[in-house]
Design a binder for this molecule. Structure first.
Ligand SMILES: Cc1cc2nc3c(=O)[nH]c(=O)nc-3n(C[C@H](O)[C@H](O)[C@H](O)COP(=O)(O)OP(=O)(O)OC[C@H]3O[C@@H](n4cnc5c(N)ncnc54)[C@H](O)[C@@H]3O)c2cc1C
Length: 501
């Protein structure tokens, strides 16, 4: 293994030379300059995928550096509160009979992917272990007893515990303080022949240098904020207004870096898109506020026809339906309106944490909301078919009065009549949330070329590879952050093995 020579970026050490970035490319040949450091495993990005990679590589005995362009670790990951896992101790303690085998048997039904795929099997079988590992470092989870959309037939959401436990990012990042270089941005990979041999980085002061590494893990997050990549992957989205609920850093820069080294992409059209929000009343387009309480509303299409059990709007599959059957509208009566709230995305409210949640009334004070004394009038105010809406509301209320949803089976705890005027309607927007496609990898997390050959020295983790690096993930699952951690552990261990071998 290579010794670690230097563990800090010196802003005055502005190495120049072999970098191809001077000519606008995103790949470099082996520079002649002295590297800032030599290391076994260099990880780009300190979110779930990168932190887990760095932890696993160091645990396997490798020297590690993790470069992160922000001032702290985390990326999108601190926002994730729901972790998918099957066959866990929390489920057993809660009397939920589940197993990896059961989850695999139904994998295709809730992801559209392939439960026979070796990488899916390895992830599902390892999912409970990811949570156990995070707990061993100080994190904590509680099982959510409700069955969430796009998670299969059992309760598989494990929510972050808000008791004495630490957030997973903090728990892992605190073990990697010595290895972490913050405000350090990877700009291009360094190639030695066809093999990856390091990374050029730039620090906050603009000083550049390169780090010589036996293996590099790309864990830069997804691409949902990059219009060019999104529209090429999913042209149908270009016809929609742009709404985004993913972390600001999801720019897909890791795809460009790895692509310049010959990496292939996979599953790119499987974007996690959600139809559960409205325009952020304070920030405006393209930022989104999620409708809390949408489960209890009536949701209709432009013909005024009810779409599904409204709980399904927590799933990416409803986002995909929106592309061909939307737009959709959330309908509330005056009673439900007083119970609804609109929740901004955490990354937009770091300076204003108290302002993240608006009551529906507070939202209405900022943004005009369509309303009517009856369904026909509301339909007209919303610009949708009022007669269709009236028929749907009538049927909804008739069923809700009996407690039995004869159309879609929504349970009674979220199925009460909507009878008190005035009625209000919110046009639901389609928010891009995460990427279930990205760099193609093999089962060890090694990045592949289009011909299936491995790029020696290059690995990927997290959303940069669409979580599993394989189309077998299908259109994705809710609680996928578990797979970001899992793929990081996988790639870090493999990268350390390659560096030591
Ligand atoms: C509001 C919100 C709520 C969410 N809720 C959930 C949930 O409940 N459950 C769930 O499963 N998922 C949820 N997600 C999605 C989940 O957070 C992400 O899928 C996951 O955290 C991705 O992890 P990652 O490691 O791939 O990327 P990230 O956590 O984004 O980490 C990537 C890191 O790479 C850094 N980086 C990028 N490029 C460079 C570069 N060139 N050089 C150096 N550093 C770089 C970034 O700054 C970032 O820190 C949510 C996301 C958001 C935004």
């Amino acid at each position: 293994m290579l010794p670690l020579l230097l563990a800090c970026v010196d802003p005055t050490d502005s190495a120049e030379g072999g970098s191809a970035s001077d000519s606008g490319d995103v790949v470099s040949t082996l520079p002649t300059e002295v590297p800032l450091a030599e290391v076994d495993v260099l990880v780009i990005g300190a979110g779930a995928g990168g932190l887990a990679s760095a932890w696993a590589a160091r645990d396997a005995g490798a020297s590690v550096i993790i470069v992160e362009r922000e001032v702290v670790a985390g990326g999108a990951t601190p926002n994730a509160g729901n972790y998918w896992a099957a066959g866990t101790s929390w489920q057993a303690d809660g009397g939920v009979e589940d197993s990896a085998a059961l989850a695999l048997s139904e994998w295709s039904s809730f992801t559209g992917g392939d439960g026979d795929s070796p990488v899916v099997q390895a992830f599902v079988e390892g999912s409970a272990g990811v949570l156990d590992w995070l707990v061993s470092l100080g994190a904590g989870f509680d099982l959510s007893i409700a069955i969430a959309a796009d998670t299969g037939s059992k309760p598989r959401f494990h929510q972050l515990s808000h008791t004495s436990a630490r957030p997973p990012v903090n728990a892992v990042a605190e073990t990697l303080v010595a290895e972490s270089w913050f405000q350090t941005t990877a700009t291009e990979l360094v190639l030695d022949g066809d093999d990856v041999a390091g990374v050029w980085v730039t620090d906050a002061a603009g000083a550049r240098g390169w780090i010589h590494a036996a293996a590099v893990v790309v864990a830069t997050g997804g691409f949902t904020r990059n219009d060019a990549i999104v529209f090429e992957a999913l042209p149908a989205l270009e016809a929609q207004d742009t709404w985004i609920e993913s972390f600001p850093g999801m720019d897909g820069n890791g795809l460009a870096m790895a692509g310049a080294a010959g990496a292939a992409e996979q599953n790119m059209d499987h974007l996690g898109i959600y139809a559960h929000g409205v325009a952020d009343a304070k920030i405006g387009q393209p930022e989104v506020m999620v409708i809390a309480g949408l489960d209890s509303a009536l949701v209709v299409d432009a013909a005024g026809v009810r779409v599904t059990d409204e709980r399904q709007f927590g799933s990416v599959s409803m986002g995909t339906r929106y592309l061909t059957e939307g737009p959709y509208y959330a309908i509330a009566d005056d009673v439900l309106w007083t119970r609804l709230s609109l929740q901004g995305r955490g990354f937009n409210y770091l300076e204003d944490p108290e302002g993240i949640m608006l009551t529906a009334a507070a939202y209405e004070a900022l943004v005009p909301v369509a309303q009517g004394e009856d369904a026909e009038a509301l339909g007209s105010a919303l610009g949708i078919d009022g007669a269709g809406l009236a028929a749907s509301l009538d049927r909804y209320n008739t069923d809700a009065a009996t407690g039995t949803d004869t159309e879609f089976g929504k349970p009674s705890y979220v199925f009460t009549p909507l009878g008190k005027a005035p009625f209000r309607g919110l046009p639901i927007v389609l928010g891009r949330a995460k990427s279930f496609g990205g760099l193609a990898t093999n089962i060890d997390g090694a990045v592949l070329r289009a011909d299936g050959s491995v790029i020696v020295g290059l690995y990927a983790a997290g959303e940069a590879c669409g979580f599993l690096g394989d189309p077998a993930i299908g259109s994705g699952l809710n609680g996928s952050v578990t797979s970001a951690w899992w793929s990081g552990l996988r790639s870090g261990a493999a990268a350390a093995g390659a560096a030591g071998g």
